[in-house]
Design a protein around this ligand. Structure first.
Ligand SMILES: [Zn+2]
Length: 294
């Protein structure tokens, strides 16, 4: 069992709407009564998160098989972007080891990236020859109306202030520029939670038997050293609200491309896409939104 990450940063008002009416949920999670935004509170500081990730992260899995890069990052993610912009200047926020930018560059885009991890930046440079900015997006100082496309693939849930990121993205995107955000789908985890509650009921009863000790699982588990730290928990509805309140016209909402492409995962994704197209319900573990700056 890894050690817990200390959470000593208290949030007193909602980052999105400014309301101070926050409902405490379990395990350091709060919900804004004003807009419904769900987020970690209290939460670890950015310094503690950076120390926790350290250099323990590895990108070997994603780099060892080039089919993953071409299928998820090329055909999947870049293919989606190219429905709206086939060329121009693209920024990937939290670019990691540069898998997405490398395929974008191969397709002729002029590529830029920001990244917090120095290991990822070194990997992006040695593997793909990419020069990423080290730090938060807000510190990169890109010029006004500079980009045709800005992407955040599984990054928006990690940033300390989604509203600051949205203002900055709006500033550096050209008019009619495209914003793509993909995050974990908190609705999916709500279903998972219902399943867990039912399982836990069974475990609870089993625990009443002598000499039994079944572990009871919870949603929104505490942050652990070296583990993923999600500061926000988004749903498709919340993403739409965020884009629209920042004057983006929502062009498309769908499910994401994160899963490693095995045959079973491709099949499940196809079924989820059909359900999403027909009913607008997203039953997948990821959600994706594309907006145009207006
Ligand atoms: Zn709010």
């Amino acid at each position: 069992m890894r050690l817990l990450l200390e959470c000593n940063e208290d949030i007193s008002a909602c980052d999105l709407c400014g309301s101070d009416k926050l409902t405490a949920k379990h395990n350091n999670v709060a919900r804004c009564q004003g807009c419904g935004y769900v987020f970690a509170n209290p939460r670890p500081s950015q310094e503690a998160i950076a120390r926790s990730y350290g250099e323990s992260h590895s990108y070997d899995y994603w780099l060892q098989d080039d089919r993953i890069r071409r299928e998820i990052y090329g055909t999947g993610r870049l293919g989606l972007v190219m429905k709206y912009k086939a060329t121009g200047r693209i920024l990937d926020v939290g670019a990691g080891p540069g898998l997405f930018l490398s395929v974008a560059e191969e397709e002729g885009f002029d590529v830029y990236g920001t990244e917090m991890s120095t290991l990822a930046i070194r990997t992006a440079e040695t593997r793909f020859g990419l020069q990423l900015f080290c730090g938060q997006l807000e510190d990169a100082g890109f010029p006004d109306s500079f980009f045709d496309v800005v992407t955040l693939w599984h990054v928006f849930e990690h940033v300390p202030s989604p509203s600051n990121v949205m203002s900055e993205v709006r500033r550096i995107l050209r008019n009619n520029g495209i914003l793509v955000i993909e995050v974990p789908n908190d609705n999916f985890f709500r279903w998972e939670q219902i399943k867990r509650v039912l399982k836990n009921q069974v475990k609870y009863l089993l625990n009443m038997l002598p000499n039994r000790n079944f572990q009871i699982q919870k949603r929104y588990t505490p942050f652990r050293l070296g583990g993923e730290v999600h500061l926000s928990y988004f749903t498709p509805k919340m993403l739409r609200m965020i884009l629209e309140s920042n004057q983006f016209c929502v062009k498309e909402q769908s499910i994401g491309y994160r899963a490693k492409p095995t045959r079973a995962i491709r099949l499940a994704r196809g079924i989820n896409l059909d359900i999403n197209r027909l009913t607008r319900h997203n039953l997948a573990s990821t959600c994706l939104i594309i907006g145009r700056k207006v």
